[in-house]
Write a protein that binds this ligand. Structure first.
Ligand code: AMP
Ligand code: MG
Length: 422
């Protein structure tokens, strides 16, 4: 089967995504990984708390633990200090009524006392044998003041981290706080990346007449690594079926996803599309989008084959809008719509309705009109500099017939597409 569904009418992005997502099963293999290797990995199963955190009532301040009923408004409260509780060294004796216990931040609260007073609020005897509290201070101390209760942060048995979560530093820290040393994560997708084109030269080498330096792999590999994929770099492939076919066949046998750029547009050497069709099957190969229309989606055996366009802007936009959601599903993550902000256009743009279009854009804060979107001076899909200038994309729906200054438009910040600054 080849070229199905797409000869008469282009598939919309939504249709293509729905069909492609439907055909993808999340990876099932689980790896058990030490915490320090778990950042960016995707949890394979819910993580439930096995401990209350904190595990015992403890002090939030350096000060003195005492009974609230012992506080007096007149005369000032004077209490003997009968012991101490330090972090990691609980108080050994019993804290009796009418007495105070020296306590440090994080130290376990002795049985009995129900208030901690900060040391800065006490008059302390030079030998620390007693403390005195002004009536003003005593009046303000509520039951439980400066005490962190057992289970206040986390209760044993509750789900702390859901399956499908991509682990951030704070998630790994929460697991560490439960005493866990290892986490079960989903195996990373193995993705092979190739660029095609006789004109392409590897950076660092000489540039012959008619050649250009290759840039697409440098965008795609960075995007894939950020997503948490294991990338194999297949390099540059010549526009020659005898070169491309064996490389893709070999790579498809050992990877979950094949990602190529170039060689999928009509008229030029449509090599990649033909090779995918020959080795496997093509599900669809053109989308009603701009840039990025000649996206090819197919399979070679169990391997997903994604042929992205060659133009540097098209390849990146096609990756963000089409390839990224598929990879997220493969990784076991819940599909997330990109964040869309409704902002005011500070530009005019003419176009023919029919395709979903993304314009490279930036926001500027206007004191009266709020965030205003501006777009790059050229809309060429070859102008990679536009993506360096941009901080997001303005999205125009299929039916949109153009934009006038002052219109409301959707703005997709790069940060909502996984392209944040670090
Ligand atoms: P194609 O889809 O192969 O016809 O390529 C479309 C345009 O993108 C052509 O101008 C190519 O030179 C350019 N192009 C293709 N692949 C790359 C690449 N890897 N790096 C930079 N430009 C590329
Ligand atoms: Mg080409």
């Amino acid at each position: 089967m080849s070229d199905c569904r797409s000869e008469d009418r282009l598939l919309t992005l939504a249709e293509a995504l729905a069909a492609a997502l439907d055909s993808i099963q999340p990876l099932r293999e689980v790896e058990t990984t030490p915490l320090l290797d778990a950042y960016g990995r995707v949890l394979a199963a819910d993580v439930s708390a096995r401990l209350d955190v904190p595990p015992h009532d403890n002090s939030a301040m350096d000060g003195f633990a005492l009974y609230q009923v012992d506080l007096r408004l007149d005369p000032p409260t004077r209490l003997p200090v009968v012991g101490q509780a330090l972090a990691g060294h609980p108080c050994s004796g019993i804290a009796l009524r009418g007495a105070a216990v020296r306590i440090t931040t994080g130290a376990m609260l002795p049985d009995g006392p129900d208030v901690v007073v900060m040391q800065e609020q006490c008059l302390i005897a030079p030998d620390e044998s007693w403390i005195e509290l002004e009536p003003k201070i005593a009046a303000r101390l509520k039951l439980g003041e400066n005490i962190r209760r057992r289970g206040e942060d986390v209760q044993a048995g509750t789900v702390l981290l859901p399956r499908g979560l991509r682990l951030r530093p704070q998630d790994v820290a929460l697991a560490a706080g439960q005493g866990m040393a290892m986490l079960d994560v989903v195996r990373q997708p193995r993705v092979a990346v190739a660029s095609t084109g006789d004109e392409l030269c590897e950076p660092g080498g000489m540039l012959p007449s008619g050649g250009i330096y290759e840039s697409n792999r440098y965008a795609l590999i960075g995007l894939l690594r950020r997503l948490g994929c294991q990338v194999t770099d297949l390099g540059i492939l010549r526009d020659d079926r005898a070169v491309v076919l064996p490389v893709l066949r070999e790579a498809a046998a050992r990877h979950d996803v094949l990602l190529t750029s170039g060689g999928v547009s009509v008229g030029t050497a449509d090599l990649v599309k033909d090779v995918i069709a020959e080795l496997g099957r093509i599900e669809f190969w053109r989308l009603a989008v701009k840039p990025g229309k000649p996206v090819t989606f197919g399979r070679i055996g169990a391997c997903l084959a994604l042929g992205l366009p060659g133009n540097p802007v098209s390849v990146m936009v096609a990756f963000l809008m089409f390839a990224r959601p598929l990879l997220l599903k493969l990784m076991g993550m819940a599909p997330a719509e990109p964040l869309r902000l409704r902002v005011t256009a500070d530009f005019a743009f003419r176009r023919k309705p029919g395709r979903r279009e993304w314009l490279r854009a930036r926001l500027r804060q206007d004191p009266e009109r709020g965030p205003l979107a501006t777009i790059y001076h050229t809309n060429s899909s070859g102008a990679l500099s536009s993506l360096v200038w941009a901080e997001g994309l303005v999205e125009l729906a299929e039916a949109c017939a153009g934009v006038a200054p002052g219109d409301a438009v959707d703005y997709l910040p790069f940060s909502g597409l996984g392209l944040y600054d670090e």
